[in-house]
Design a binder for this molecule. Sequence first.
Ligand SMILES: [Zn+2]
Length: 662
Amino acid sequence: MNKTFLAMASATVLLSGCSNPFLKDWNTPYGTAPFSKIELSDYLPAFKEGIKQQKAEIQAIIDNQEEPSFENVVAAYELSGRLLAKVSGVFFNLSESDSTPEMQKLEEEVLPLLTAAEDEIFMNKDLFRKVKAVYDNMDGLDREQQMATEKFYERFERGGVGLEGEAEARFKEINTRLSALSQQFGTNLLAENNAFKEKTGITVSEYPSFMSSCDDREARQKAFEAYSTRGNHGDSHDNCAIVLEILRLKAEQAALLGFKSSADFLLDNKMAGSPETVDAFLAPIMEASMRKAKEDLADMEKIAGFKIEPWDWFYYAEKLRLQRHNLDENLTKPYFCADSVRKGVFYAAEKLYGVKVTPAPEVEVYNPDVKAYRLNDADGSLIGIFYWDWFSRSTKRGGAWMNNFRDQYLDADGKDVRPVIVNVCNFPPPTEETPSMLTVDEVQTAFHEFGHALHGFLSRCRYPSVSGTSVKRDFVEMFSQFNENWAFQKEILSEYARDYRTGEVIPEELAGKIVSALKFNQGFMTGELCAASILDMKWHELTLEQLSAFDGAESIRAFEDKVCKEMGLIDEIIPRYRTTYFNHIFNSGYSAGYYSYLWAEVLDVDAFEKFKEDGLFNPATASLFCRTFLERGGSEEPMTLYREFRGADPDPSALLKARGLE
Ligand SMILES: [Zn+2]
C-alpha cells in the first residue's frame, strides 16, 4: 500500500462522523450516488474537502524522498483526488441535466476553487521536476504507463508550468476568468433556449421537426429568426461580449505559451496536429456538400415555385424526400417509440459485444424521468451502471451527450472499479395520449450516445486519465458514430422497431426507404456541420491582435458572413451553430475541435467497411473491435490502434462516398 492511499484513508476515517453523504462511503448498490440524501448544501464543503485531500496527496508525492518513479509519481497522482472525482461526478452531471438557479449560483462559486486547485497542481514546479524525471526515462514502462505519463507531462507544459512571474500570474488569472465565462455562456444559452420556447411554443430540440412540417411560412420565418439569434438579443442573456472575451483570453494564453493562435495551441496535441491540416481536410468536404446542396435546392425551388429562404429548407427538403424516396416521417415514428429504440440500442450491444442490459430498480436516480440499468458480461460479471435520461425538460441544456459519474480504473488494491455512465438526450417526452416517438435522426442520436457509453463501459485500463473515452478529442467520436451504423440494420430493426399500437414489426419496404433516404439532404446536413467546423476554426485562428478589432454583435455577424462567403456556403444554409449559441466551442471543450466529428468519421466509416467485408455480425470482427479499441481507451496512440485493427490506414474518400457526396 503506498503513502498516498494511506493519507486518503485516514482523512475519510476522520470525517466519517459527519452527515455529508460525499464524505462517507456509499453503501449503496454498486456504490452509486445516494441522490436523495444529497442536499445542495453538501456540495461546497465536499468540494473544499476534496481539494484539501488532493492537495495533501500531491504534497506527499513531492515530499517522497525516494527516486521519482512511475509508481510514486504518475500512479500516485492517478489515484489522488478520489473524493473530488466523486463530488464532481455528481455535481457537474446534475448541473447540466437537472440544473436549478441555486445550482447555477453554486457553480459560480465552485468553478474558481477548482480552477485554482488545478493550477496549483499543474503550475507546481517541484511536482513537475518529478514528472519530468519519469517522462525523460520511460523505457522500462509499458505503453499504458507511457501514455499516462505523456498525458500528465503535457498537462504541465500546456498548463503554464514554464511561465514565471507576471506571465504565470496572468495565466492563472485567465484560467479563472475563462471558467466563469464558459459557465455564464451555458447559463445564458439555457435561458435563451427556454425563451425560444416561450416565443415559438416549441423546444429547441423540436425545431427541425417543426420546420419540416409547419405549413405556415411566416411561422417558420419567425422560428428561424428566434432560433438563429439565440444569445444575440442585447439583453441580460446576450453572449456577444462573452464569446469575444473568451476568444481573446484563449488567444492570449496561447501567445503566453508561444503559439500564434489558440487554434495552433489547441491542435498541437490532437491527431490532426495543426490548423492547416484541419482546414485542408474540411475544404473539399465543404465543396462537395455545396455541389449537392445546389442540386437539391434547384429541385426544391421547382416544388416551391419561388426562391427558397433559410426558413424554407427543412420544409421543402421534406417534400423532396417524399418525392424522391416516398418516405414520410409521420409513418415511421410509431415504430420508433423511445422504449422500443432503447431495446434496439441494448440489443445491438448484446449481439456485438455480448453485453447484457437489465433494469436496476435498486439503483437510485436523480430525476423521476431517469432509469437505471445494470450491464453484465456474458459470464455475469458487472460491466457498469447506466442511467438513461432521454426526455427534454427546462432544467436540461440542449443537445445530447454521454458523461461519467465514475470512471473505470484499478484502485490502489488493484480492484477493477467499474464505471457509472449516463446518456442525456432531449427527446420529446411522452404525453397523456402518446408515448415518446423519435425521428430517424433521433434514433441515430440514441445509438450515437450509447456508442460513447460502450467506449466508457468496455474499458479495461488501469489509470483513469487514459481509460474509456479519455482519448484525443478528434478520435472520440469514432466510437459513437460507428455505433450509429447498427440503428437500421435489418437484424436489429426486426428486434425493436415495432408499432407501439399494434406490435407489428416495421415493414421491410418502409425500413428500406429509411436506409435509402439516409443519404438524402446530405448537401445540407454535411454543409451545415462543415460550416460550423470552419467557423470554429476561423474564430480560433485569429491572433490576439486581430481579435482586438472586434467590438460587439455587429462585428461578430460581419465575421460570420465573411467566413461563410469564403468557405462557399450558399445563402440558403447557415452553419449548424452560430457563434452566440455554439455551446460546443464556448462551453464544452470542442474549441477548434468541432471538426472532430468529420475527422473521426473517416475512421468509423472505414472501420465499418471491415464489418461489411467480414460479415456485419461476425463475432471475431466485433471482438477484435472491442479488444483493439473499446477496451483500450487512450492507452495507445489512435493511429496505432487503427492500424492494428484494419491493417492499413483509412481511406479518406470513404467519407464522401458514405454520405453520398462523391
Ligand atoms: Zn458524440
